[in-house]
Design a protein. Structure first.
Length: 334
């Protein structure tokens, strides 16, 4: 109706924990978004989520896609299922917000990007952290010369070992450290360094019993010679930070990828003349991600850019895998 504010009607495909804890509350909080339905393979789980969030319960993902009262879907399924269900959603005429990685390979991502382009739909890979305002603060400080000319980036995202059976350890569901935790420092390097990045070298530690990589490192470089040393792992002490090293100082940001909505980020700058600590206001990166997706779906502006961004990420991950030296070894205690 003329004069009414556009509203994006969203359905959720899958009852993942991340959806319950963070994503669905962010969807419900956005005034331009209306949560219509949640789908699960099992009726009981769908009803549980629907009762909690005040929406319809749907048994079966295909039945949700067939609903005419849904404009877009959020896909928090295991990575190995993204290609199938994001593709089906796009072919059903729905905009798609999918958890990272968008797919498990560059060719599959390219197909989804082409489908979204051909059908005039939004397709967005949900790296929430890039929508947190702390990174724009960092970029502003660097642009103002806070650490001089940037020479290197060091970034890490590592987590402790999860329980046996976790989807991160299941090859057929798209598990492994490179597809899971490595995406964060890789995406941070793409956000913070100028121009396209190429892979200079990489190491992946492979667990033959599980059939997935459990950790590793990659060395990237930008066109102007800035290096990015990235570390990632699924059986490590928790680390979640990046540091930029410059000609006149260093800048460090902890909790760079997974800050709670009430977290006050702290940027630490060290120079020869002393240390500066800058405390920022809290920000909710899930809310920021939902706002961006609603913008893409409702206005159409930026759709091609964000879809191509997912493809560039997938291509770089694939280049790391091709370049990597693989070291075989099981998990400690396994």
């Amino acid at each position: 109706m003329t004069g009414e504010k556009a509203v994006l009607r969203v359905g959720v495909i899958g009852c993942a924990d991340i959806a319950r804890r963070r994503a669905i509350p962010a969807l419900k909080a956005d005034p331009r978004v209306r949560l219509v339905a949640v789908a699960s393979r099992g009726e009981a789980k769908a009803r549980e989520y629907a009762a909690e969030f005040g929406c319809a319960a749907v048994t079966g993902y295909a039945d949700l896609l067939a609903r005419p009262d849904i404009d877009a879907v959020y896909v928090p399924l295991p990575s190995g299922l993204h290609d199938e269900w994001a593709g089906k959603a796009l072919r059903a005429g729905k905009h798609v917000l999918a958890e990272k990685p968008l797919t498990t390979g560059a060719a599959a991502t390219e197909r989804l990007v082409a489908t979204a382009r051909d059908r005039g739909l939004a397709l967005m890979e949900n790296f929430m952290f890039v929508h947190h305002s702390q990174h724009q603060e960092v970029l502003g400080l660097v642009a103002d010369g806070a650490i001089g000319e940037v020479r290197a980036l060091h970034a890490a995202f590592t987590i402790p070992r999860r329980p046996d059976g976790d989807i991160r350890y299941q090859a057929d569901l798209g598990g492994g450290a490179l597809l899971d935790v490595a995406g964060y420092p890789i995406r941070a390097a793409r956000l913070l360094l100028r121009g396209p990045l190429s892979v200079t070298g990489a190491v992946l530690r492979h667990d033959p019993a599980l059939g997935v990589d459990m950790g590793g490192a990659a060395l990237l470089r930008s066109v102007d010679g800035v290096t990015a040393h990235l570390t990632f792992g699924l059986e490590n002490a928790y680390r979640c930070f990046y540091e930029l090293w410059g000609t006149e100082g260093t800048l460090r940001l902890d909790r760079a990828f997974t800050p709670p909505a009430d977290h006050k980020p702290l940027i630490r700058i060290e120079r020869a003349d002393g240390v500066q600590e800058i405390t920022l206001a809290p920000d909710d990166q899930f809310a920021g991600s939902v706002r961006r997706f609603a913008d893409l779906a409702l206005s159409g502006e930026g759709r091609a850019r964000w879809a191509q961004d997912a493809l560039r990420q997938a291509e770089l991950v694939e280049e790391i895998r091709r370049s990597a030296t693989v070291v075989t070894g099981g998990r400690r205690g396994a």
